[in-house]
Design a binder for this molecule. Sequence first.
Ligand code: HEC
Length: 140
Amino acid sequence: MKRRSARPFGSLLTAALLAVSAGCTQHKPLGESIFHDGRGEHGRLAFAQGPKWLAHGAFGCATCHAPDGTGRTVRAGKISGSAPSITAGALLAKGYDRQLLRRALAQGTSPDGRLLNGYMPRWSMTDAEFTALADFMAGL
Ligand code: HEC
């Protein structure tokens, strides 16, 4: 009771967000769900390459690139990979636009045509999923 009355706007906001998402099966907005949990419109996103453990839980971009997108070193047993920063500023500096981002996610190609390390999964996404993800990442 005490917490509730102390944060009336939080409750109102939650109610509003629940109302907005009532028609969807997602609890989080789509872009956020993909980034943090690897879950798209119809459950877990399909991907090729990448480490096998990725298929065993709710893992998304944040698992390797950190929740704020600034990147980190990921270890799986003896294998480790360095996941770079993918904040909006970092991607802009590397020459990414939306089209090139989509190509990197699907085909693993950087703006200058370099093939990304196999630790970075190749993701299958619908147009709606990519748009939601790119919109979310624009805020990182
Ligand atoms: C299993 C770990 C892992 C996951 C999960 C992952 N990445 Fe990556 N990602 C990497 C690694 C490692 C690289 C570096 C590849 C390289 O530079 O050769 C990378 C590179 C990238 C790049 C290229 C950055 C650059 O510097 O050119 C982008 C963009 C990117 N990831 C976006 C994403 C997005 C968006 C997701 C979620 C849909 C995601 N990644 C999920 C590991 C991961």
